[in-house]
Structures are given as C-alpha cells and as structure tokens.
Design a protein around this ligand. Structure first.
Ligand code: SF4
Length: 274
C-alpha cells in the first residue's frame, strides 16, 4: 500500500484543473475530502487507472488514514534507530542525556530514545509526533534568520497554500474572533514571545514548536467595517529544518489545539464551524 501522510500528497496526484466533475469545487477541496475519508480517490475521473489502483486503499476510510499515519510514524521510528542522537541534539537545538535526545516543543520537553520511543509529560498527538521525528531526522539545523515568510513562500508551498489557509489560518482566525484571550493563553501556556515592533499587528506572538522553527501568528481585529484577519508566518529557513508535509501538519495541528483550548474554556465547537 502506498502511504499518504497528508492531503497535500493527494493533491499532488491530481490534475489541478478545478473542473468540478468530482462534485467538489476545487482539486484542493477534493484532496481534503479524500484524506478525511469522505470521498474515494476514484471519484476524480481525470486520474489514470494506475494511480487509482496504487492509491485506492488510501481513500474513503478513516481507518486507512489512521493506518497510514501509524505506518509513517513507524517508518520514522525505524530511521531514528540509525541516527547519532548526540550529534542530532547539537544540530537541532536539543540536548542529549542518558541515551535520549530532548527538545522543547511549545515549552514542554519531548524526548526520544534510540528505538524511537517518545517521552513527555503530556499527551503525544500524531500532529506533534510526526513533525518532531521529521525535525530530528531530516532537519538541517539552520538557525532562524528573522526573515518571516508565508507558507506559500516555502518550498512547494505555493500550490498547497489554499489548503494550508483552510486548515490552519482560517480555523485559527475563527478561534481568535470568538476567543481573543487565546493569545494570552499562548504566551502563558506555550512560552510564546511578543514580536518585534516592526511586525506588530493588533495581537501577535511567536511560538516555538521546535527550537529552530519559530512560528509567528498575527491577528488583526475587525475595524471600521473591515473584517478581522489572521496570518501565520514561518522563518525563511523552516523548509530546511522540516519538510513541507511536516510544516503543514504542524500548522493544522496548532489550529486544532487552539480550538480544543477554547472549548476547554467553555466555548462550543459548533461556534467555530458556523
Ligand atoms: S474532478 Fe479531479 S480534476 Fe476535476 S476538480 Fe475534481 S479532483 Fe480536480
């Protein structure tokens, strides 16, 4: 079975004509439906039979999505076994002690041992685990330059940006619109930092999902008839320290985490999906 790690990988297989014959308005929307298991990949009439056969197991079934994720995680764990964790700790801004590499993710310690086992005090979501292992295995360890760019300016980001907007920036904006103290929570719970003056919006913070992959979230409140807006920026080195799929997973995962945080503060999930 061919592994699919995220909706963008499905999108790359499509013809990108947005012809609508699958019933979705765009190829991106179709890719997201397939990844979520709501549609089967063979509902796009423009795909070659060979691609449909290769990927048909990856669509129309939530269990298959979970299975793909588990298999991907297992593959990453196997790769950890062949790594020099002490050297990777230096490269990635972590530390190496007692056979474990430890880095801070949003201010919380996450460790991995040579067998790929992950240790932390908090629940390990797949959206954290996969980028975490990818950061350790493939990250070049480049230090951030302080030049902020949008997801679309990163490697392979242009085509995937509409989906990133839909899965990360739009849901985050909905949370910020309804639950504006979110930004205070980010500062206090996730060790976020205030941004330099030149990038200031109404509310803006820098989060550190990984030591060398800062993420800046800028929110503008509605004003004088203008709608609110929210943008997420990455350091220009982000695509050297994480692959494109991992950056996407991270952004979508952060948005989900913020939704859960707001729900914990008494807001109903329905409010974010209206
Ligand atoms: S039918 Fe295929 S090419 Fe047309 S919009 Fe749907 S996914 Fe895209």
């Amino acid at each position: 079975m061919t592994q699919i790690k995220n909706a963008m990988e499905i999108f790359q297989l499509l013809d990108k004509s947005n012809c609508g014959e699958c019933g979705d308005k765009t190829c991106l929307a179709f890719a997201a439906s397939v990844f979520k298991g709501q549609k089967s990949i063979d509902e796009c009439p423009k795909l070659d039979r060979e691609i449909i056969e290769r990927y048909s197991d990856c669509s129309g079934n939530h269990n298959i999505v979970d299975q793909n994720r588990d298999e991907h995680l297992k593959m990453l764990k196997d790769q950890i076994a062949g790594l020099d964790l002490a050297a990777q700790a230096k490269k990635t801004g972590g530390r190496f002690l007692d056979g474990k590499l430890t880095i801070k993710i949003l201010g919380k310690s996450f460790s991995v041992d040579q067998e790929g086992n992950i240790y932390t005090d908090i629940h390990v979501n797949p959206w954290v685990a996969i980028p975490f292992l990818n950061y350790i295995i493939d990250g070049e360890g480049l230090s951030p330059t302080g030049n902020w760019v949008s997801f679309r300016d990163l490697k392979d980001g242009k085509e995937g940006y509409p989906l990133f907007r839909k899965r990360c920036e739009e849901p985050m904006k909905r949370v910020a619109d309804i639950y504006t103290p979110l930004f205070d929570d980010m500062v206090h719970l996730f060790n976020a930092k205030q941004v330099d003056e030149e990038f200031e919006s109404d509310i803006s913070v820098i989060l550190y999902p990984f030591p060398k992959v800062p993420v800046m979230v800028c929110y503008w409140m509605p004003e004088d008839g203008l709608a609110s807006s929210l943008n997420v920026y990455f350091d220009e080195t982000a695509d050297k320290n994480l692959d494109n799929g991992a950056i996407f997973t991270l952004g979508a995962g952060l948005a989900q985490m913020f939704e859960k945080l707001a729900v914990r503060h008494g807001y109903s999930e329905a409010e974010f999906h209206n």
